[in-house]
Design a protein. Structure first.
Ligand code: ASP
Ligand code: MG
Length: 405
């Protein structure tokens, strides 16, 4: 079979870990498989490069930042290729552009528009292990781009789709996808399987194992994903189209996101176009708005609140202040120390009362629910942050997710 194996920054954090990865890849080849390996920059290299650049220029010109950041992955591919060759195997390293990754002409977070993997395929045919730099591409114009932070997952999945690999294995520092954060709930269980849709929700909810864009890509191209540890041989979690639902399981996972702030815009003139104006301006400023609630109208004035990422809150307030002349309102406020807790499960669709149970469990912890949003397979509640652990533990037990100990 043909495998794409992706190793993240912590898996290739130093030369010793690099050797461990090399051995792991060689073992895969010994099992009779063809291997393409996608790697991230070593350890915190990308962050370190950005920090150094900030000492020279606080504005970080986007084109030059891409030029700089892509060097991190280039170090990794060369080193890993050397480590693999040291084991007596043939290996070759390719940058993103050598591997054929074409992106839109945007710096910092470009989308892949095309992949021409001829070089990769040729080297595979020659029996080589192919090592490809994650997170990078080139525009039709020949400009170097990056795919957004954490983008190596996307490189791996997109390449797996392009070369019709049998699976894309994401090797990371955890064993797989868990029912919730094992640091909070000791009896969290590792999921054997999960559907793309469920994984997509979890990825968007801040469960850091997989980049959302990579999951989207996998869902679209139906590449089976396996999330597993690079430090042990435990079975990982398979992410695929239809995950087998365990008997009686309605909720597969519980996620939380501490990176939320609530913005409230009070006393807004209730006329057509208000929402479009406000949220259009936020979108234009590249501020992602998550939950939006209109919380009542009186005397022709409406109150709205929405959530944004914590680091975006000041900019969001600025944008809304800037709208005051066009869209009059009384005041804008924000609230921090909040957290969004979400339950996710494909089994929810056929089980009414899942949300009601969640509200009940949260209220029994004496915690106030500030905002709610739902989809077919997800319920999210924004709550105050100080009782997060208790809430997650209670939900984990209530939805029968605790492993038997
Ligand atoms: N090295 C890049 C980053 O740190 C890409 C990645 O790790 O996936 O964001
Ligand atoms: Mg990284």
């Amino acid at each position: 079979s043909l495998f794409v194996m992706k190793f993240g920054g912590s898996s290739v954090g130093d030369t010793e870990r690099m050797q461990r990865v090399a051995k792991r890849v060689a073992e895969k080849q010994d099992e009779g498989h063809k291997c393409v390996v996608v790697v991230s920059a070593m350890g915190d290299t990308t962050d370190d490069l950005i920090d150094q650049a900030k000492l020279l220029n606080n504005k970080l010109p986007a084109r030059e930042l891409d030029m700089l950041m892509t060097t991190g992955e280039q170090i990794s591919i060369a080193m890993l290729s050397m480590a693999i060759q040291q084991l007596g195997r043939e290996a070759v390293s390719y940058t993103g552009w050598q591997a054929g990754f074409v992106t839109e002409p945007v710096h910092g977070k470009a989308r892949i528009t095309d992949i021409n993997p001829e070089k990769v395929l040729r080297s595979l045919d020659e029996g080589k292990i192919v090592i490809v730099a994650g997170f990078q591409g080139i525009t039709a114009d020949g400009e170097i781009t990056t795919l957004g932070r954490g983008g190596s997952d996307t490189t791996a999945v997109a390449l797996a789709a392009a070369i019709k690999a049998d699976a894309c294995e994401i090797y990371t520092d955890v064993d797989g996808v868990y029912s919730t954060d094992p640091r909070i709930v000791k009896v969290a269980r590792k999921l054997k399987e999960i559907s793309y849709d469920e994984m997509l929700e979890l990825a968007h909810l801040g469960t850091a194992v997989l980049h959302p864009r990579a999951v989207e890509y996998a869902k679209h191209s139906k590449v089976p994903l396996v999330v597993r540890s690079s430090f042990n041989y435990n079975e990982g979690t398979v992410v695929k189209e239809e995950a087998a639902l365990e008997q009686g399981v309605v909720v597969s996972g519980i996620a939380y996101d501490k990176n939320v702030a609530r913005i409230s815009i009070l006393g807004v003139e209730d006329i057509p176009g208000v929402l479009a104006g406000m949220f259009g301006a936020l979108a234009q400023a590249q501020i992602d708005v998550d939950i939006i609630v209109q919380s009542g109208i009186s005397n022709g004035k409406a109150d709205f609140s929405c959530t944004v990422a914590l680091d975006d809150r000041e900019r969001a307030i600025e944008v809304i202040n800037g709208m005051k002349l066009v869209l009059p309102y009384r005041e804008v406020t924000f609230e921090e120390n909040l957290v969004k807790v979400s339950i996710v499960g494909a089994g929810m669709v056929s089980h009414p009362g899942v949300a009601a149970q969640m509200f009940d469990v949260i209220s029994k912890q004496g915690v106030n629910i500030k905002m709610v949003s739902t989809s077919e397979i997800k319920v999210s509640c924004v709550i105050e942050g100080n009782k997060l652990n208790e809430v997650i533990q209670a939900l984990h037990t209530a939805y029968n997710l605790d492993t038997d100990v």
